[in-house]
Design a binder for this molecule. Sequence first.
Ligand code: KIV
Ligand code: ZN
Length: 506
Amino acid sequence: MSDKVYIFDTTLRDGEQVPGCQLSTPEKVEIAKELEILGVDVIEAGFPISSPMDFNSVVEISKAVSDPIICALTRSVEKDIDFAADSLKYAKRKRIHTGIGTSEYHIKYKFKSDQERILERGVAAVKYAKKFVEDIEFYCEDAGRTDNEYLARVVEAVIKAGATVVNIPDTTGYCLPDEYGEKIRFLKENVGNIAQAIISCHCHNDLGLATANTAAGVVNGARQVEVTINGIGERAGNTSLEEIAMILKTHKDLDLHTNINSTHLYSLSLLVSKMMRMPVQPNKAIVGRNAFAHSSGIHQDGVIKHRENYEILDPEDVGIPQSSIILTARSGKAALKYHLERLGYDDLDNDRVEEVYEAFLKMADEKKDINDDDLIILVEGKLPDGGLELQNVQIMCGDSVMPSATVELKLNNETVHATAMGVGSIDAAFNAVDKIVNDTLLLDEFLVQSMGDRKDLGKVHIRVKHDDGIYHGFGVHQDVIIASVKAYVDAINKVTSLKRRHKKSA
Ligand code: KIV
Ligand code: ZN
């Protein structure tokens, strides 16, 4: 039977310390419910003494979530612990996470104290917290730079005082994987009562080693990992939940498992990114936009022949419907044929494919990415007629009126118009377009930029979802609202032209 590694999610505490990414209590509750569905074991819901909002968030999350343990952070200060205990009163399963800095830096420059007094404060905090809650986690802040002998003494003393979990944070992201792994092994081998507690890894990413260090900790005997969705957190962030979950799932040789239902990883990554207004880097492992995108000819050919030639993970396993084959100037014929067939062009003979490929390479040299419309133009010479054309947009907005928009579109030589309200001018204009086409596209990304250094011209890129597809729209105008409507109409035209092609080929 493989050992379980407990997933302690701190997206809502350490993760939320990212400047400018603070969440409201209802937003935190929404994320906490999703974390419960994902299968995390512990949710660190906040640092209750730090603000009334943090206190309230712990209260509300405790009410909303029942399976995971709800954890509240404190310093080794009685008042902090009082607040934490109070905030956890509705939690079905609760934990207080207390601790103190143990490195020479912290002892000397933060506390102006000495090792013995710090150890005593830690022990006193655990004993005090134990009066309220049975499950106590103790963190030795900056353990990464703490001398191992002293760290072992602190760990032994707090376990004796009642700590059930001992957290060994690499607070500054300083350690190398071997060094961090060795630290965990040292504690396993030199702390007499270590079997009475779980060792937890909490690694920061200042040198890009958070995931590697956490993995090294687990390999050396830690059985809890402290992680955040998308690896968000102060400075360079924390260990990313999705990376650790998938490392443990992929490396069966480690004989370890978690309770994570990995198919929820991608949707939760999107939710956290959206709520925190913090984009995920495209090349981020597991959940980045390019994590399963192949663009070079050799890789594309390999993936089309057999996915596992170039993928160690199945995208569906993390909730991404499929790998993507991106068409660029480096793509080969196999990738082009794959997309032509997807669009219904499965009857082209080899000579025609060769011609289209030559034209495709020329086009790809000029444009960065080739989309479905480009492929249709390459095969047919032009896009099919019948698209929508924006004729006119009128907006009414202001501080004291509900924004409304009237949009006029030309469709097959006929002019049609509609008026709609919205929460803002752009929302109103998009709603008016939706009324005309009797459909709604799900807005996935919206980007407004100036055209170079011109302040009189704006360009808008949007990304929308429709059925299972993702479509891009683009618009330019002196007025960004009109540029936005143009981009939206452009995206609708892409959806309809693709649907038309599919119908034709069916
Ligand atoms: O990084 C750290 O040391 C922490 C502790 C407060 C657990 O976040
Ligand atoms: Zn931290």
